[in-house]
Design a protein around this ligand. Sequence first.
Ligand code: ZN
Length: 508
Amino acid sequence: MSLRIHNTLSGQLEEFTPLHDNQVGMYTCGPTVYDFAHIGNYRTFVFQDILRRWLKYRGYSLRHVMNLTDVDDNTIRNSKAAGVSLREYTAKYVEAFQVDRQLLSLEDPEIVVRATDSIDDMVKLIQTLIEKGYAYASEGSIYFRVAAFKNYGQLTKIDLSGIRDGARIDSDKYDKNNARDFALWKAPKEGEPFWETALGPGRPGWHIECSVMSMKYLGETFDIHSGGVDLIFPHHENEIAQSEAATGKPFVRYWLHAEHLIVNGEKMSKSLGNFYTLRDLLAKGYKPSAIRYLLAAVPYRRHLNFTFEGLHQAQQSIERLRNFRLRLTQESFSAGENKALQDRARAACQAFEDAMDDNLNTAEALGAVFAMVRDVNTAMDHGEFRAGDRAAFLDMLQRWDRIFAVLEDTDYGKLRQLGFIKEAREFVKPDTETGAPEGAEARTTGNGHRSGLQVESLTDEEIERWIAERNEMRRKSNFARADEIRQNLQKAGVILEDSKLGTRWKRK
Ligand SMILES: [Zn+2]
């Protein structure tokens, strides 16, 4: 089966074929860097990461462009309130966004561009629109004349009869009922940043930024453009109008939009107290891998209902997969192969690939892997699994993880490297007489502040040292002391699991 995706433009599932051979040009609207991105934003970014990974899995070579909106109504308002320059204000949130992306294992797009680095190109596109009669000036600003572009409304399927020719709107965000001529270029206002250009002083509107940055790197017609459903109108509708009016060519071949994330069945909002950034969840002790899993688990065109129960389940699901892989690699099995299990591995792989080809149905792709895990665990319990069967299932897991990216336990390393965890200074100081750890408490200093989460923890080396110490005590039959070490480690968030294969540990 080949990849089929839902195109917002046609409202239908379509077979995906790139414009040029196996090269895919893809543009995704990046964040407006005026605050920390919230988990609703990350739902869309995780979907786009899954899309990226699946296109590559299917052998396409990808040129993915993502913008950072670092000049718009929001960034200007907030930088002004903070009393710093636009660049200085947005730098902090650009940095935070990049950190969050690493935590969530989001692959880097091939090209990331800041809007303020493309002002000259925006001026040129606006000049073209003026020359072609699609734009006009009024009081120092320049507006797109919606009535001049006959195909306006093709993405949103809106009725244009309510739009009065010449009625204008200055804000970048408005609803369909207020559709009217929108600003391409905004006249400078007191105390706001502006650029001196051939159009006169001013700054770009939000919509022109994405038209310019996408076509600059991907050409006038390209394959995929994606964002959250809230961007369909007016942002993407206006991008189509600006781009197609200027070039006379189709702008984008496939439009993909991710549905909203809701929290406990309600719209996420600050006023309802159910608004979470990624950092809010980390401060509550949740792992980045579990958050990624949860955000990836629901197919992108369905509402994702975020709950803490769901996050716990995500963590357990990841554990099941990691334990399954451990069993595959570490348990001993008799030699040979089991034909039925070889067939089972192939069937699981087929089911996984079919699900992903079906408009990225991640829920079914997860279902395929967990049905396989259940069957193979049973086969192992019944002694039907053979050593020669390992490779096929490891291969299937590895294929699955090229998309979901949660099998390796990288949470601790990343949190530590990115400054979210510091060493536990107070932890397990050996008592000089008995060598007993004392005060074995991992102190959580994270106060939930969105930018400064820090949790104290033991390093891997320290944990290994304590496990070696405990093993030594057990060998000497000093079980009281061995138990004490286990309990202290547990208080520090480290769980030990003894088996015939030795002692494994993991962080809570
Ligand atoms: Zn955009």
